[in-house]
Design a protein around this ligand. Structure first.
Ligand SMILES: [Zn+2]
Length: 346
């Protein structure tokens, strides 16, 4: 199958074709779409993927706004809009993936399973063809919270890309089949989590970051004015057992295996000390939770402890990607954690 069956292509799209709003544009898109924009220096290309998750619109909003302005970027730009199918399900921008489909951002690996695998494979072929000098992948977190970047490599180039958007960089050795693993092709690749999908700040950050990405002569070296990037290395993933139940309440009802307070998201990126309770467990205790580092299951008791039915950190930790969406909490993970210093717990 050729890529044209899987992807649509737009070259230097005119404002006429884009619709007046991102939703009008989304309405006109029918497949995952590749957009080429010619730059002042056409010998180089920078790539940006977004909407890999159909309910994470900051990148789409930023791209639509930027395309409407018709600015000539410094170099050629290659944009990849991945999750057009789930994004178009009514109401628009409410589905991470198709109801029976796979998570597209877990499909950038052999054997490129299912429809999502075919899309991922076609997107990778576009990248191989365009040979970009770098690649960004813009997402939103499912909860609210500050922006951060994720990468599998922590060097000056990855820090420079990060600093276009944020001063927090999570470095992970975990391989899940995410697009950011393209970094292994010697192309600096960073995932940007812009903040919550409903958050105007996240949309604004995506737009301002895109302007910097498209207009700077060099995005792979840190500039004086750039942020110092705080690096968090190899966070563990805390996962909930598939059969376990979770509730978000001020007090446990006794019905759920795990209860978090509704404002648990305010813990994102803050340091939680061993005397601060995070939530409550039911009769099954911590057995419903798993701590996973680099694809290995670890001893959760080095991360969390239970006293009188309440969960406390076993040592001072920094947690992030905490969500109050029970579907995400169950299907993806509950949260990530590193030591308070940013070092790995394991
Ligand atoms: Zn995402």
């Amino acid at each position: 199958m050729s890529n044209s069956n899987i992807l649509d292509y737009l070259n230097d799209p005119s404002p006429r074709t884009l619709g007046r709003s991102p939703l009008e544009w989304l309405d006109r898109l029918h497949k995952p779409t590749v957009i080429h924009v010619t730059g002042s220096d056409p010998s180089r290309t920078r790539a940006m993927a977004t909407l890999l998750h159909g309910n994470e619109p900051s990148g789409l909003f930023a791209l639509h706004r930027w395309l409407l302005e018709q600015q000539t970027p410094e170099v050629n730009m290659l944009f990849l809009l991945g999750g057009v199918y789930p994004a178009k399900i009514h109401p628009p921008l409410s589905h991470r993936q198709l109801p029976e489909g796979l998570d597209l951002n877990r499909c950038f690996k052999e054997p490129f399973e299912g429809e999502e695998g075919a899309i991922a494979h076609a997107m990778l072929a576009e990248l191989h063809k365009a040979k970009p000098e770098c690649l960004l992948d813009l997402h939103n977190t499912s909860g609210t919270g500050p922006a951060f970047a994720v990468t599998i490599t922590n060097d000056a180039a990855h820090q420079a890309l990060t600093s276009l958007f944020t001063d927090r960089l999570v470095m992970t050795d975990l391989r899940l089949g995410a697009l950011m693993e393209y970094s292994e092709q010697e192309v600096p690749t960073v995932t940007i989590e812009c903040g919550g999908s409903q958050d105007d700040h996240a949309h604004q950050l995506a737009y301002e970051g895109l302007i910097r990405y498209a207009s700077r002569p060099d995005v792979l070296s840190l500039e004086q004015a750039d942020w110092d990037v705080a690096v968090m290395r190899n966070p563990i993933r805390v996962e909930l057992a598939p059969e376990a139940t979770i509730e978000y309440r001020l007090e446990p009802t006794g019905q759920a295996d795990l209860t978090f307070p509704p404002d648990i998201e305010r813990r994102n990126f803050g340091i939680v000390s061993p005397d601060e309770p995070l939530g409550w467990v039911g009769e099954k205790g911590l057995r419903i939770l798993t701590a996973i580092s680099h694809n290995r299951t670890e001893n959760l008791e080095q991360v969390l402890q239970v006293r009188d039915g309440q969960i406390y950190p076993a040592q001072a930790i920094k947690a992030f990607m905490i969500t109050t969406n029970p579907v995400i909490a169950k299907s993806d993970c509950l949260f990530y954690a590193v030591k308070a210093t940013g070092d790995p717990i394991f």
